[in-house]
Write a protein that binds this ligand. Structure first.
Ligand code: NDP
Length: 330
C-alpha cells in the first residue's frame, strides 16, 4: 500500500520533488485500533507552512515522515469500541492508502446527511473558518460593505454567501474572469474584481465600494490587501484569515505601512486560527448545515481523482487551479 512522505523542505514555491511515494505493508490491528481505507483527502494552503521548519501554531512535518491532513476514511476493520466496520470517519490522518489508527480525535460522518467530501469543506474546517472568522471577528452589521479576497476559493466563496445571508453588500476579489462570474452568478456576490487584469486595485475597490469597506475578510495578504486597506471605513474590521500570496516568499517584503489607515479609522485587524473557537464548532456546523438545507448556502468543489494526484492537487492551490474546496478522491 502507498504512502506519501515529505522528501525535502521547499525553498519558495513547493514542487513535486518535495514529496516522495513509498510502499509499506499494513500491520495487523491491535486492541483499540482501526484499519482505515482513505476515501477523501483535504489539501489546504496551510500545509505549506508545515513543510517549513519555522515555528508556528502547529508543528512542522518531519522529513521522511508521511504528510498529514484532514481526511475521510472507511473503517475496514475495528477493534475499537467507538467505531465499527463500515463507518466513515474524519480526522487528521497520514497520506496513506491504508493505515492503522487508535481513532484519537476522529468522529463519525454520515454519508446519508451530506456527501462525504462536504465534511472536508463546507461542514468542516472551511465552513467553520468562514462562519466563525466572519461572525466572531468581522462582527458584521446589516447594510455594511464587506470585501473578501480569495473569493472563489473554499473559505472565500462561503464567507461571501454568509455575508449576503447577514445582509451585507459583498465584493469579491479573485484571479480569473470565470471565477468573478461564478461568485456573482452562483454565489450572489454583488461585485467581483479580477486582480490579475485590474491595473489599479485601490481604485477598483473604491469604485466597487462607494460607501467604503466596513469588513475585510482577508485570505491572501500582500498587495491585494494593501489596496483594500486603503479603502477602509471608520471602525472597520479586518479578519486576517490567510495570506496565501506570501506563503512562498523567501524574503520579507518591503513594508507598505497600513498602520496610518488603521489609526485614522480606529480600525481593528485580527488574525485567528480556527482552533481558537473550538467551543463554538458544534454550533457553527449546526448553523452551516441548516443554511445548506434551506438552500441559502451553496458550495462548489474541485475534486481530483487518485491517490497519486494528492501532491499536485496541493501544488495547484498556489496556481489558483481550484474553484471552491480542493479535495482528492482516492
Ligand atoms: P482556497 O480554496 O481559497 O485556495 C487557494 C486560492 O488562493 C487559489 O484558488 C487562488 O485563487 C488563491 N491564490 C493563490 N495564490 C495567490 C496569490 N499569490 N495571490 C492571491 N491569491 C492567490 O483555499 P482555502 O479556502 O482552503 O484557504 C483560503 C485562505 O484561508 C488561505 O490563505 C488559508 O491559509 C486560510 N485559512 C485559514 C484558516 C485559519 O484558521 N485561519 C483555516 C483555513 C484556511 P485565485 O485564482 O483567485 O488567485
Amino acid at each position: 500500500t502507498k504512502k506519501i512522505l515529505l522528501d525535502s523542505r521547499p525553498e519558495g514555491t513547493p514542487d513535486s520533488s518535495n514529496f516522495k511515494f513509498e510502499t509499506e505493508s499494513v500491520p495487523e490491528i491491535k486492541d483499540g485500533e482501526l484499519l482505515l481505507k482513505t476515501e477523501y483527502v483535504s489539501v489546504d494552503p496551510y500545509l505549506r507552512g508545515r513543510m517549513s521548519d519555522a515555528k508556528s501554531y502547529i508543528p512542522p512535518f518531519e522529513v521522511n515522515k508521511p504528510i498529514t491532513s484532514v481526511m475521510i476514511a472507511e473503517v475496514l476493520e475495528s477493534n475499537h469500541d467507538k467505531f465499527s466496520k463500515g463507518d466513515h470517519v474524519t480526522g487528521m490522518m497520514a497520506w496513506k492508502e491504508l493505515q492503522v489508527s487508535d481513532g484519537k480525535g476522529f468522529r463519525k460522518v454520515d454519508p446519508e446527511k451530506a456527501p462525504l467530501s462536504a465534511y472536508l469543506g463546507i461542514l468542516g474546517m472551511t465552513g467553520l473558518t468562514a462562519y466563525l472568522g466572519l461572525t466572531e471577528i468581522g462582527k458584521p452589521k446589516e447594510g455594511e460593505t464587506m470585501v473578501v479576497s480569495g473569493a472563489a476559493g473554499a473559505v472565500g466563496s462561503t464567507v461571501g454567501q454568509i455575508g449576503k445571508i447577514l445582509g451585507l453588500r459583498v465584493v469579491g476579489i479573485a484571479g480569473t474572469d470565470e471565477k468573478v462570474e461564478m461568485i456573482k452568478n452562483e454565489f450572489g456576490f454583488d461585485e467581483g474584481i479580477n486582480y490579475n487584469t485590474t491595473e489599479n486595485m485601490t481604485e477598483a475597490i473604491k469604485k466597487a465600494c462607494p460607501d467604503g469597506v466596513d469588513v475585510y475578510f482577508d485570505n491572501v495578504g500582500g498587495e491585494i490587501s494593501d489596496a483594500v486597506l486603503f479603502n477602509i471605513n471608520k471602525f472597520s474590521r479586518t479578519v486576517v484569515c490567510g495570506a496565501i500570496s506570501v506563503y512562498n516568499e523567501t524574503s520579507l517584503p518591503k513594508s507598505v505601512s497600513v498602520q496610518p489607515f488603521l489609526i485614522k479609522n480606529s480600525s481593528l485587524m485580527q488574525g485567528f486560527v480556527i482552533s481558537d473557537f473550538e467551543d463554538k464548532h458544534p454550533e457553527g456546523v449546526q448553523q452551516l448545515a441548516t443554511w445548506l438545507q434551506e438552500g441559502k448556502l451553496k458550495y462548489t468543489e474541485t475534486i481530483r481523482e487518485g491517490f497519486d494526484h494528492i501532491p499536485q492537487a496541493f501544488l495547484d492551490l498556489f496556481e489558483g487551479k481550484n474553484k471552491g474546496k480542493m479535495v482528492v478522491k482516492v
